[in-house]
Design a protein around this ligand. Structure first.
Ligand code: GCU
Length: 338
């Protein structure tokens, strides 16, 4: 049986120009019986664990569904930045996307709560919470009705740290006036302001050049992304702020998801769970490797005055937690014992 297959770029262009007969409701056409090659938008490079885990997901899925379903991952933001590609998945011209939690904060405030600083103790805590429906309630299905987006679950982004062109620095005061790139998210702006810097929102793919040309003084991210984007070359001073254990959500167009046969959907979900485990396992190993590589290539790592940063973030948190619903979820997650 042949699966429908044409390039995502063609699909996106046809959609944008209004050339498809049905509009853009179901991405590449496929039926529950034939399955299809799902188009996946990713802003990471091919050596990032998300790309590696998703490629393996595709292979296992194709085997397990006798070739009906697989995934073609377009890395390096080839289909657009996250904000744009979440919209494309919602419209159906792209099937799946990895979206940072901070980008979903405007769609449901609970995603913002799950991205707050000082929430997760570590990755184990985070991943346990993200796989517990009892604690998350209907969070992962909450975007289906309004946005046609189903959240499958989360990939860890690990601990995020600040890195700069000039340095080293240890205190929030040292960041005063420094333009630090953040994701296009109010929460990240608030967070990096609370840490003393002058936060500047910009899409991920533009950060390297902005630091290189001096438009920005630095950025914040995990050590894996720091290395896979080459940010280490332009911003060699890493301050181990660990201000957030971030989450990426893997999101699928709801019609594609419900369009699978029940049997294929169960297979898909089983392989998805294996993908999360694979990703988390790689994350831990590759973070250590990234730190070693960064050091070997000349980056310096500085222990910061953690208390000084925590004090700033705690003040910001107080404002967030003034909303009783936010506090309730935050406390439930912080006190979570599995
Ligand atoms: C991490 C995360 C990405 C996100 C990026 C960013 O690398 O995994 O999903 O886009 O940070 O800072 O924009």
């Amino acid at each position: 049986m042949t699966k429908p297959r044409f390039t995502a770029a063609a699909a996106v262009i046809a959609c944008t120009l209004g050339l498809t007969a049905t509009g853009c409701t179901y991405g590449l056409q496929g039926t529950p019986e034939t399955g299809k090659t799902m188009i996946f938008a990713l802003d990471q490079a091919e050596d990032h664990p998300s790309y590696i885990a998703l490629e393996a997901f595709s292979d296992r899925l194709e085997d397990a569904t006798d070739g009906r379903w697989d995934i073609r991952v377009y890395p390096n933001a080839a289909l657009g930045n996250q904000q744009e590609t979440v919209q494309l998945v919602s419209e159906g011209s792209v099937d799946m996307v990895v979206a940072s939690g901070t980008l979903l904060e405007n769609l449901n405030r609970d995603f913002r709560t799950l991205a707050l600083p000082l929430l997760y103790e570590d990755i184990d805590h985070q991943m346990a919470v993200l796989s517990d429906e009892e604690i998350l309630g209907d969070l992962f299905t909450s975007l289906e009705e309004p946005n046609n987006l189903t959240v499958l679950g989360g990939f860890t982004q690990g601990e995020r740290h600040v890195y700069t062109k000039n340095g080293p620095f240890t205190e929030p005061d040292d960041l005063n006036g420094q333009k630090i790139r953040v994701q296009e998210s109010d929460l990240m702006i608030d967070m990096l302001s609370a840490m003393g810097s002058n936060p500047t929102p910009l899409s991920y793919a533009e950060v390297y050049t902005a630091i290189q040309s001096g438009v920005l003084d630095g950025a914040e991210n995990n050590l894996i992304s720091y290395m896979t984007t080459g940010h280490n070359v332009v911003a060699p001073h890493v301050a181990l702020t660990a201000h957030q254990v971030g989450t990426d959500y893997v999101v699928i167009n709801s019609e594609v998801f419900t369009g699978m046969t029940e049997e294929d959907r169960q297979t898909f979900l089983q392989e998805w769970q294996a993908t999360v485990d694979h990703h988390t396992q790689m994350w831990v190993e590759l973070t250590e490797e990234a730190a070693d590589d960064a050091e070997a290539q000349g980056s310096t790592f500085t222990e910061v005055d953690q208390q000084a940063f925590t004090d700033g973030l705690a003040e910001m948190l107080e404002d967030e937690l003034a909303d009783p619903e936010v506090r309730e979820l935050f406390d439930r997650i912080q006190n979570y014992e599995g």
